[in-house]
Design a protein around this ligand. Sequence first.
Ligand SMILES: *[C@@H]1O[C@H](CO)[C@@H](O)[C@H](O)[C@H]1NC(C)=O
Ligand SMILES: *[C@@H]1O[C@H](CO)[C@@H](O)[C@H](O)[C@H]1NC(C)=O
Ligand SMILES: *[C@@H]1O[C@H](CO)[C@@H](O)[C@H](O)[C@H]1NC(C)=O
Length: 549
Amino acid sequence: GHPSCEVSFVLKFCTSRLPVPKLEDTVKRYLAAQKPLLDDDQYRNTERIAREFEKGVGRKLHRDLVEFDKKNKHTSYISDPWFDMYLCARDPVVLNFNPFISLNPDPKEAYNSQVVRATNLVVSSIKFLNSLNNELLRPDIYYVNPKWSQSRLFKKFIRLLPTSVSWYGAYMVNAYPLDMSQYKRLFNSSRIPKLNKDELFTNELGRHLLVMRNGHFYVFDVLDPDGNILHPSEIQAQLIYILQDADRLPEFSLCYLTTEDRNTWAAVRQQLLEAGNEDNLRKIDSAVFCLCLDNISPKDDTELSHCMLHGRGFNRWFDKSFSLIITSDGTAGVNFEHSWGDGVAVLRFVNEVYRNSTRHPAIVPHSSPAALSATKCERLEFKLNDSIQSAINAARMKFEETNEKISVKMFEFRKFGKEFLVKQKLSPDAVFQLACQITAYRQFGKIISSYEACSTAAFKHGRTETIRPTSIVTKQCSHAFVDERSKHSVAELRNMIDECSKYHRRLQLEAALGSWVTYIFRSCILIEAIRVVESLTEALLLSKLLIRH
Ligand SMILES: *[C@@H]1O[C@H](CO)[C@@H](O)[C@H](O)[C@H]1NC(C)=O
Ligand SMILES: *[C@@H]1O[C@H](CO)[C@@H](O)[C@H](O)[C@H]1NC(C)=O
Ligand SMILES: *[C@@H]1O[C@H](CO)[C@@H](O)[C@H](O)[C@H]1NC(C)=O
């Protein structure tokens, strides 16, 4: 708790660059993840190879990586390779990369009609875009200690912090503002297929919305040149018009091309450009986002998952940074392209838009739409010759064939959930991972490797780090539950779950914060002391003034 050592912490946290993990640590973690999967001989062999790597070629590679990192202080060492990993992949984005998030229904029954829900969600999305542009969005925060950080004092405190010292404040309360650089590609953006490596495109002046219905493309302006949002009743009127206009499927829907492998799609896109479709493609790529008004009512969660994950292929533009999908019965979801950003960014957008659209709906169920004349809605017509048409047909057949092989089953576990586990002082995520492993062990009779992504957005241009949840402790626990259940008392089993939860939490922190974890553990006592100091807010107000001047 010496003032001088506090200051040096501060400086380190302010830079907040993603630390390059020490090679020894990586090897140690790798071996710990291998141990539960291998028998003794295999493990000894793996250990030998890993140690050779650590002393040999690994050292040189590590030096190169550190060197590379030093030369690229403006970003993180992972950022470029991570973009490349996605953009160079030649597999179709749908099913291989694009995830989806589905939204709960609007709690007010009558607000769940397709047009009302779509209008309200579009308006809230554009509000989110505006607060992003005006930098009104609070920084995302990663909470190491959620209980403290949900207090009113904390919220007040973190809001008052200028960004330049927010890491300081964060350090004191153990919560980290996240890197928000990904948000610049949330709107107005699209992935463009190119031979061998795709590109990300962002149009800084996107003002129009792309709407898809029955495989047809429509665009209309939702923002005026000053950034004012179109009146909600006018948006509503446009959507009603589109639903009426797109009453049948087109003979060829271009959408299927975005389900192709990337090189095939890149070649067809070139043909499309040459055939005179450049303007239309530009309008798709530069739209603020894509709204898909689906002509389907999923009858259960399984059908809903299929709809949001891949749909029927003709009413999606899978390359768009994200698509807001609304079915006939007003069920909503978001499907997003993965190269530009990770779940954290999209999840925040979805949560906020959900909250805003349900608490402050722009239109009510029986509000009347505006007259149509004011704004123009354009339906995009494409010039397709024989070779483009057969490319679309080929894409459609491939897509339909692949989809037949996919089976999604969903069920809701109702015995307990997150709240119960938190009360039990267990990590819900750890328990979920453990459940997957016990299930796999019971089903297949062996311990399987597993992967879990963890956001590293606590650092500048961080993406995700891998957690390997399978460990010696989860292995023991799986054996205890499946093979030796009668041998253990409930208290013993409970203890094992505790151990798994603790171990998993450690893995999670190591992945999220890298080498900072050690600092955090060491500084816990200091932080506990600071927590009770109410005058903290004032102290930081002062520092805010100092920095201003
Ligand atoms: C997207 O378009 C809007 C509206 O023209 C603009 O205000 C905003 O700056 C753009 N955002 C990005 C990230 O380019
Ligand atoms: C279709 O148009 C593209 C681009 O102009 C061209 O490369 C291709 O040969 C055309 N195909 C046919 C069958 O005309
Ligand atoms: C949500 O809606 C209200 C009322 O329209 C608005 O004042 C508020 O700023 C919105 N929040 C966001 C994040 O857009």
